[in-house]
Design a protein around this ligand. Structure first.
Ligand code: NAD
Ligand code: MG
Length: 395
């Protein structure tokens, strides 16, 4: 019996792209992990199926009418899973004393409070939900420090950089002789397109990423390059880097997941097939390594690696993100909130693809930047940016 050494895992956003990949890795290692809680927003059938497979102690849905349905389904199947609903329940399963590891894979600002609950409970936090860190960067990292949480980046680029840095690298890149972080970007499905051609882009085109299968919101972010902008901000906080220490490199094959350049001229890269189960397995087992179900690279079939500079004229979102990071305070939270509203409107057919940066820029010009050292201020500014964005869209 090895149950006493098994790690107990909560998966926030279990039904999403990262969530299902996480459950795939967990299921490969039943001797190491058991599932404490699975959470979803509205996809109750998908969550039911996951519960039947992984038998969590707790399942959480956003709305009580969905939870009541799931309670009934699982009860009839003879499962002892407790089914709960609402935001408080998300924070409870993230911070519960019996939990060792929390996968933070809710998309968007909705993930902030549950992810912070895991941090404040000192968990090993596997961070996929980049929006949470973008919104609350300084506060989030302070809480990690204060509560002794172990923060492992799951975003493939940040996971790659983490792997290319020396162990115990927290506290400034200079100490370790790092001269630059090289953040790779696929360039998205519209790499090489000009602004005129981009005007007619549809949600379906934007969600058809050439290398990665992901949720719809991050797929649109990848197409606008806002994903790289959010990742630039994410990297600044995770690695204590200044924006000018980060270079974005478009690398269409998505085989190099990012690199670290050192003062002696060395550049260390992490390579792999584009499959999120690799960084997920890394985060789960660190500092050990476990099988992820991913083949290592066949370099002969990769054959070549290409690199180019990003086109910030056709894709202004990267510039907007850099400006938000430079402005500091609540500016990244404003950027993120405006982007979430604009992307949702684009996916609903309400605005054109090239209007996404316009909405964000309008919000950034309208809302003044405040200090971001209190959660209440960050949440209030997030709400304000959303109202301004909606008003701008209605014009
Ligand atoms: P997804 O849309 O596939 O899944 C999102 C999950 O969050 C679902 O389980 C959904 O039920 C849940 N959710 C959504 N809104 C919610 C709400 N209001 N309350 C509670 N739960 C809610 O998204 P994804 O692609 O898995 O991405 C998840 C996060 O990971 C995002 O922040 C994304 O940027 C990040 N990420 C994803 C990838 C990837 O390859 N998919 C790579 C790097 C980072
Ligand atoms: Mg990424």
């Amino acid at each position: 019996d090895t149950s006493h050494v098994r790690q107990s895992v909560t998966v926030l956003g279990a039904t999403g792209s990262i969530g299902t990949s996480t459950l795939d890795v967990l299921a490969r290692h039943p001797e190491r992990y058991r599932v404490h809680a699975l959470t979803a927003c509205t996809r109750r059938e998908a969550l039911r199926d996951q519960c039947l497979t992984h038998c969590p102690a707790v399942a959480v849905l956003a709305h009580e009418h969905d939870a009541a349905w799931l309670r009934d389904e699982l009860g009839r199947a003879g499962l002892a899973t407790e089914v709960r609903s609402g935001e408080g329940a998300l924070q409870d399963v993230a911070g519960a004393s019996e939990v060792d590891v929390v996968m933070a894979a809710i998309v968007g600002a909705a993930g902030l409070l549950p992810t912070l609950a895991a941090v404040r409970a000192g968990k090993r936090v596997l961070l996929a939900n980049k929006e949470a860190l973008v919104m609350s960067g300084a506060l989030f990292m302070d809480e990690v420090e204060r509560h002794g949480a172990v923060l492992l980046p799951i975003d493939s680029e940040h996971n790659a950089i983490y792997q290319c840095l020396p162990p115990g690298h927290r506290g400034g890149l200079g100490r370790f002789g790092v001269s630059q972080l090289l953040l790779t970007a696929s360039g998205g499905p519209f790499r090489g397109w000009d602004a005129v051609r981009l005007q007619a882009v549809t949600p379906e085109q934007a969600c058809a990423h050439p290398n990665w299968a992901m949720g719809r919101k991050i797929s649109v972010d990848s197409a606008t390059l806002m994903n790289k902008g959010l990742e630039l901000i994410e990297a600044c906080w995770l690695f204590d880097a200044r924006p000018e220490q980060i270079q974005v490199v478009v690398h269409p094959q998505s085989v190099i997941h990012s690199m670290v350049a050192y003062s002696d001229g060395s550049v260390i890269a992490q390579l792999g097939n584009p499959d999120m189960r690799t960084p997920i397995a890394y985060g789960l087992a660190w500092p050990e390594r476990i099988a992820a179900g991913v083949e290592h690279l066949d370099l002969f079939s990769v054959a070549r690696l290409d690199f180019e500079a990003p086109d910030e004229t056709a894709f202004p979102c990267l510039r907007l993100a850099r400006e938000a990071m430079a402005a500091g305070g609540t500016a990244p939270a404003l950027l993120n909130a405006a982007n979430e509203v604009a992307v949702e409107a684009f996916l609903a057919g309400g605005v054109g693809f090239t209007q996404i940066p316009d909405v964000i820029e309008a919000v950034m010009h309208t809302c003044d930047v405040k200090a971001a050292d209190e959660l209440d201020v960050i949440l209030a500014e997030d709400a304000r940016a959303r109202r301004v964005a909606v008003r701008h869209l209605a014009r």
